[in-house]
Write a protein that binds this ligand. Sequence first.
Ligand code: ATP
Ligand code: MG
Length: 361
Amino acid sequence: MYIERLSLRSFRNYETAELEFSPLTNVIYGDNAQGKTNILEAVYLFSQGRSHRAKTDRELIRFGDEFARLSLDFRDAERGYSCSMQIAKNGRKSVSINHVHIMKLSKLMNYLNVVMFSPEDLSLVKGSPSVRRRFIDSSVSQLYPSYLAALIDYNKALMQKNSLLKALRAKGSRTDLMLSVWNEQLARSGSKIMEARQRFTDFIGEASAAVQSEISDETLSIKYRPGIRTDDSSPEAVFAYLSERESREIDMAASMYGVQRDDLDICINGREARMFGSQGQQRTAALSMKIAQAEYIKSIKGEHPVLLLDDIMSELDINRRMYLSERIRDKQVLITSTDTDLIDKDTDTRLFRIENGTVIK
Ligand code: ATP
Ligand code: MG
């Protein structure tokens, strides 16, 4: 799939802007703090329904303005789509695709798939388990709405269970019939989540190991480490696991077991990458995981996602840069950089110079 056009109005530091993209490489360049990442952020919004970096939607509206308005045209193999989005100061967003209003923003990711590469990807390897869970969740929910539904169900039940456990502690009591009701719900949706996470990890484990070995002579291994240690991830087995541990959870007044404790074990040459990897090895592992994520989307959807590369070329050495350039050659990619020399260009490459919220072609 590829994006044809983006237009912005009162978005971040843009008063108005129009960008028509090449279906292949697009380079968005300029000095620091001119608005390069803002462009990628706008595209990302149309896929994930939220920014990759803003804490609140308000931040997205140009200082002093009331609304931000964005529109994006893109195509997949079958047809073209026109999306528009309005963000109001109270944080309300309204979105339409081909003039049909979208009620749930999470629906967006079923239309437009993107993979963002940024220097912060390093936290996939170095950061807390929640970063890795988010990586899995955003990849899988882009393709399987039922996965997102299971996550939502799970989190609702988890909140209920946590408040029940706290209430039990406050009362000094150790029994409540509702506890097994919540455990049953957690087991039902948890089992779906575990199976999907296992399948996803198997795919990206293999794909990222292949990338890592092509870039370096290192062995990368990524394994799913479930917060529920059962060989059998059926709802019955998960329920039994949770039931056996009820009394410990009552002692702790918190949910101690479940997919909220899942993680990925990432090893380079057999050792835990987070602890023993060099910065360069960790960076390569993160890059391999992102390339694998794009391959995963391609394998399920049959189309390449749009790649958004935010300032990562300057972080890579020449070998890694060449490797990445080769991998992205036949796909649509939007690359930001302060230095266009770092990017492979050919006749189809489109360049956009950004200066203080203005696009200069
Ligand atoms: P770098 O090379 O440092 O990454 P960049 O070109 O990617 O820079 P962006 O992050 O895209 O920069 O844009 C940052 C600019 O946008 C800053 O000048 C910032 O003040 C401005 N900006 C951010 N939010 C708003 C807003 N809501 N209204 C107006 N300007 C904003
Ligand atoms: Mg930037």
